[in-house]
Design a protein around this ligand. Structure first.
Ligand code: ADP
Ligand code: MG
Length: 678
């Protein structure tokens, strides 16, 4: 008998290949499948007769195949499958691209259900690439009603995932509901089993909303619970107090080539005051890209080192670790401190004894024990979940001492929201950019303007500037024609800018190669760097004033905003050029999304718009919530965040170790393990 703990391989039609793909999605057991939520739904509730169809609407029709055949389109080098579908009112033309195998499964005379968008095709109506399923029973799961869509990988299909979930959905009844009953009643939330059924296969909008409400609340609640537990734990811990070195700090600040912004001063002050205490600091430093968080951190590092204590700075990528290392080494050169770099490829055996240790989160994973650790800083913390924070507390702590903790994020959220979502952290916000920064001129560039854009870039480079070019994928394997980074590099290096030096950067290079490429770019030995999205986080090359993004529609607005944040880091005018793929430039949704970037410079507005636009025409979109552990909840669920915080804090006050809630405690442990794998 299949049960919740059964491995997915025991299910019908799951072989080695499929289970390997499912594993990539984190799906090992039946339980995992049930908790793999759709990220959106197609709305095929509108069941129509063919004669009633209108162009532009989403509809579901049921009919019989009267004709189905493959054609090869010579010009566009692709297969077309054309079919005619009839019901008792009319006949409709249907076209699929590059799915010649359809004619093997679907034959003339088959009764089918189709779902998709109705469009104009040479003067008559047609459905282009609809989802199709044969009708065996009334139980249509792909084409009728609200149809769940899941994140996929490899060549897994929506149909496969739906089929598997459908097969095990009845087992949802065996999931134990760990949410305390009084909370459930107070907030009128669904039972877990019901919520699970309805999130996958909602009958109507109210079922979908209620299940999302319950499951989204749960995500927020677990996060808050964990946060509150860390907070109450921290109250009993002791930290090493760091005496504020006022004269030294002032001297350092005065030695900088620029003045600190007011917001940088205020944040630094808050941090330095916290460090003086004997209870551990637990603080978040929030500031949009380019706001100058690193400098504030350096002030803290300097103070700790002057107290003869140790700090670590952790970052998500090797490139960034190297860059911080170079930058901090340079700025703190006059102070005779030992600063070490610790990443997968740099393992300085003496490194752990340095005053300041900079490295990737490999540091955390390898369970290194630091002695005399007074301060732990995590940069770009949106890449880390709440329980990584727990681990940082664990590794740096001894019986007597817990390090002060500072977390840096560019997830740009307003104070009230940040306070609610990071329930356990105190907050410093840098809400001011360094003086003289100009908005980054952002333009969508169509193909006919490409040459002109290149000419512009060439002129800027001749004047001494540099450019980033970002491409979405590594290999030209994608049929969509998205620029691959290698092909793009070859093109720019050989054809477009033969007189310039063009570097290439992607995730498959060895660390030493990446470093060489970055240091060449930093020193302006290369003028253009073509990169995959590895560049996204943190790197700082103030002389680079142009950001060119190929296949721009492929990225979420938040990512695009992060890319753009790589330029505009000096008082020079900077530019961001968005090149959408040819076939996307006429898609109004793409254009609307990218236009938001041309209008808004701040990350919060963009994150909001992204969420709104993704939900467009679909019933829900998942934002890049910035929190790996959320499938449903987003930053904008303010009401829910407040509720979750209130409930979690009441519960922890009355039952700090959750002794009266064993199911919940178990769930929290499971949730942590899961988050650790992210
Ligand atoms: P982020 O907040 O994105 O981490 P960084 O700390 O990398 O930003 O700073 C961005 C750039 O701005 C760096 O080149 C840094 O040297 C510079 N910078 C920081 N503070 C100031 C300031 N007060 N005035 C001018 N430039 C500054
Ligand atoms: Mg940074």
């Amino acid at each position: 008998m299949v049960n919740l703990n059964s491995p997915i391989t025991e299910l019908y039609r799951v072989g080695k290949t499929t289970s390997a793909l499912l594993k990539k999605l984190g799906l090992d057991t039946v339980h995992d499948l049930l908790f793999y939520f759709p990220f959106r739904y197609d709305d095929f509730r509108h069941h129509a007769k063919i004669s009633e169809l209108l162009a532009g609407q989403n509809a579901n029709i049921i009919g019989t195949i009267e004709l189905i055949q493959n054609k090869k389109s010579a010009r566009r080098r692709m297969y077309l499958t054309e079919a005619l579908i009839a019901d008792d009112t009319d006949t409709l033309k249907v076209i699929w691209f590059n799915q010649p195998f359809l004619t093997r499964s679907y034959k003339v005379g088959d009764k089918v259900s189709l779902a998709g968008r109705v469009s104009e095709n040479y003067g008559s109506l047609a459905m282009i690439s609809p989802v199709v399923e044969k009708i065996y029973s009334d139980d249509l799961i792909h084409t009728q009603g609200l149809i769940p869509n899941y994140h996929l990988t490899g060549n897994l299909t929506q149909k496969q995932i739906r089929f598997l979930i459908k097969e095990v959905i009845a087992l949802a009844d065996q999931e134990k509901d760990w949410l305390p009953i009084d909370i459930k009643e107070r907030l009128r939330l669904l039972d877990l089993s019901k919520a699970l059924r309805q999130i996958h296969f909602p009958k109507d909008l109210s079922e979908m909303t209620a299940s999302r409400q319950r499951l989204g609340f749960t995500e927020l609640f677990l996060r808050q619970l964990k946060a509150q537990m860390i907070k109450s734990e921290l109250k009993s811990r002791r930290a090493i107090p760091i005496k504020f070195q006022e004269a030294e700090t002032k001297r350092f600040v005065n030695s900088l080539p620029f003045k600190l912004t007011g917001a940088q001063r205020k944040s630094a002050w808050e941090i330095l005051k916290d460090l003086e205490k004997t209870s551990p600091m637990s603080r978040l430093l929030e500031g949009d890209v380019g706001s100058g968080k690193t400098l504030v951190v350096i002030l803290a590092l300097l103070n700790v080192a002057r107290n003869k204590k140790r700090s670590v700075l952790m970052v998500p990528t090797e490139i960034l670790a190297r860059q911080h290392f170079d930058h901090i080494t340079r700025l703190l050169a006059p102070y005779d401190l030992k600063i070490s770099l610790l990443t997968h490829s740099h393992k300085d055996p003496e490194g752990l004894k340095a005053d300041i240790i900079i490295g990737t989160h490999a540091l955390i994973q390898e369970n290194i024990v630091f002695s005399d650790l007074a301060l732990a800083v995590v940069d770009e913390q949106h890449r880390f979940g709440v329980s990584q924070r727990q681990r940082i507390l664990d590794f740096g702590s001894t019986q007597e001492r817990t390090p002060h903790f500072l977390s840096l994020t560019a997830t740009p959220i307003p104070r009230s929201l940040a306070l609610a979502i990071y329930g356990d952290l105190d907050l410093s916000i840098i809400d001011e950019l360094p003086a003289g920064r100009k908005p980054i001129l952002t333009r969508i560039i169509t193909e006919d303007k490409r040459q002109a854009a290149y000419d512009f870039i060439r002129r800027e480079i001749k004047a001494g500037r540099q450019a980033f070019v970002i491409c979405p994928l590594i290999d030209e394997s994608d049929r969509l024609g998205v620029k691959s980074v290698k092909a793009e590099h070859a093109k720019l290096d050989k054809d477009i800018f033969p007189e310039l030096k063009v570097g290439l950067l992607h995730g498959k290079l060895k660390a030493a190669e990446k470093e060489k490429i970055m240091s060449d770019f930093l020193a302006n030995r290369t003028q253009i760097i073509v990169s995959t999205s590895v560049i996204e986080v943190g790197v700082d090359v103030p002389n680079a004033t142009m950001m060119i993004i190929e296949g721009a529609e492929r990225f979420g607005l938040s990512s695009l905003h992060q890319f753009r944040g790589r330029v505009g880091r000096s008082d020079r005018q900077s530019y961001c050029f968005l090149f959408p793929s040819r076939e996307e430039i006429s898609n109004p949704r793409t254009v609307e999304r990218l236009e938001a970037l041309t209008r808004y410079q701040d990350g919060f507005s963009l994150a909001k718009i992204d969420l709104k636009l993704r939900g467009h025409g679909e019933l829900y979109g998942t934002g890049q919530s910035g929190f790996p552990e959320f499938q449903i909840a987003t930053l904008f669920d303010y009401e829910n965040i407040k509720k979750a915080q209130a409930e979690a804090s009441a519960l922890i006050n009355s039952d700090p170790r959750l002794e009266g809630h064993p199911l919940l405690r178990e769930k929290l442990g499971e949730w942590e393990d899961q988050v650790h794998l992210e």
